[in-house]
Design a protein around this ligand. Structure first.
Ligand code: BGC
Length: 458
């Protein structure tokens, strides 16, 4: 009887093993941790609300001492060209201080106002969010208190003049405060000027940036006035030795020849600074961020410029930061006004194309299929490693820039439409194990039967 029980026990154990192998053919994914995006913040709502995402500065025109003196005279068709290329925002730097009286009431020249009206109207006609600012007011940087009243008088006139304009016209108080315009003085001036603007424009978006030429490092000194319609701007030219190589207006001018290769260190330098801005914004009521200028001067090599521009634009977008490229058609220009065409490489780096990525698998589920921006990195993969007698082996269709994350996940670089296929192989261990178990079970059953019969005859 003891023998009978033992044989029966073995039989049951073997059968349950056999059943569990057949009825539980899937094992869940193993391998390393799936890489997580490094941040979970998003200001997208704010960006959508502010109707800005991708913009371009029409620089070197109205902020020159006289329009045209720096080689750019704004032509009506520029706005259509900009809109059709895929931008939604235009920033128009304006040197109001060169077109206003030097003593009270600091009246702005009528003809200049008319010219700005024309430019603003052409931009708004194209449904472009349009930013006007005070640019190159150098005197206020040297003597903030001496120019305080004049600055406020300029904004008083500008805000009165445009009070009836659509909400898609934004005001930016002052480009790149620096020098004697310290945090303390700038915060005071900002508060007083916002108060003036609000008398005539209660809800218009007002853009304010930190001192230090709108550096992210100076955000910590910026006090945002209590107001629901403030956007905070910063300018991004890191690393300066690359973006400003050969710049005639910088003394000493960084040496020409520096490349931007996109190494891990170079990328980290950029993402660290963007993260700094985002962290600051999160600590300040999730205020909308606007990267109002970024670009690399035309003396840098085009490949590095494109690489840098694409990286900065995509990294800003990932963080929900609206951006505005510096600039349209001068030294940093993305558009060639003489040929009347875009510099395609730069335009593509800014307004990236989307490509379709298809991830296919015969077994289990694949994730990652979809449309993605050119130049972005996307995680694709499958959610299990084995299916019946099959085990996942590898992905077919990977390129040199793709990166294995773990056993079932890959990060692919989107440079074209991509077709990635999960390849499976038969797991011979499984059928062999089952055959062995069946054989053992049959043998055990036969043995059991023989012994039982023997016992019965005895
Ligand atoms: C200045 C431009 C300059 C650019 C990059 C802008 O804020 O107004 O004159 O070219 O920054 O340095």
């Amino acid at each position: 009887m003891a023998l009978l029980e033992k044989s029966l026990g073995t039989y049951i154990l073997l059968s349950s093993l056999l059943f569990s192998t057949i009825l539980y053919p899937f094992s869940t994914r193993g391998g390393g941790e799936k890489a997580q995006p490094s941040h979970d913040y998003r200001f997208e709502e704010a960006v959508v609300e502010s109707r800005m995402r991708r913009g371009i500065n029409i620089g070197n025109a109205l902020e020159a001492p006289r329009e045209g003196e720096w080689g750019v005279y704004i032509r009506d068709e520029y706005f259509k060209i900009i809109k059709e290329a895929g931008f939604d925002t235009v920033r128009i730097p304006i040197r109001w201080s060169a077109h206003a009286e030097n003593s009270p009431p600091y009246r702005i020249d009528e003809a200049f106002f008319k010219r700005v009206d024309w430019v603003v109207n052409k931009s708004l006609e194209q449904h472009l969010t349009t930013i006007i600012n005070i640019h190159h007011y150098e005197e206020i940087m040297q003597d903030p208190l001496g120019h305080r009243d004049r600055f406020k008088a300029l904004w008083s006139q500008i805000s009165e003049h445009y009070k009836g304009y659509p909400e898609t016209l934004f005001f930016e108080l002052l480009n790149e405060p620096y020098g004697e315009l310290t945090d303390e003085k700038w915060n005071m001036l900002t508060r007083e000027t916002v108060e003036i603007i609000r008398r005539t424009n209660p809800t218009r978006k007002i853009i304010i940036g930190p001192t230090g030429w709108n550096s992210v490092y100076n955000l910590k000194g910026l006090v945002i006035p209590e107001d629901e319609n403030i956007i905070v701007t910063f300018h991004f030219y890191t690393p300066f030795e690359f973006t400003h190589q050969g710049a005639e207006w910088v003394n000493p001018s960084p040496t020409v020849g520096r490349k931007w290769l996109g190494t891990q260190d170079e990328k980290k330098q950029i993402t660290d600074e963007l993260n700094m801005a985002v962290e600051w914004a999160m600590q300040h009521g999730n205020v909308s961020l606007f990267m109002g200028e970024f670009g690399a001067y035309g003396k840098a090599d085009m490949v590095s410029r494109v690489r840098w521009t694409r990286f900065v634009a995509r990294e800003a977008e990932k963080r929900g930061i609206a951006w505005c490229y510096w600039e349209f058609c001068a030294g940093f220009g993305a558009y060639d006004p003489d040929r009347g065409e875009w510099k395609t490489e730069l335009l593509n780096a800014l307004i990236s194309e989307k490509h379709y990525v298809a991830v296919e698998t015969e077994y289990g589920n694949a994730f990652g299929t979809g449309w993605y921006d050119e130049g972005s990195y996307v995680q694709i993969g499958i959610d299990i490693t084995s299916w019946g007698f099959y085990v996942f082996d590898h992905f077919e269709g990977l390129g040199p820039k793709d990166r294995i994350i773990d056993e079932t996940t890959v990060e692919i670089y989107v440079d074209d439409c991509r077709m990635i296929k999960a390849v499976w192989r038969i797991d011979y261990v499984k059928p062999l194990t089952i055959a062995l178990i069946c054989f053992a079970a049959c043998a055990a059953a036969t043995l059991y039967k023989k012994r039982a019969l023997k016992a019965f005859h005895n």
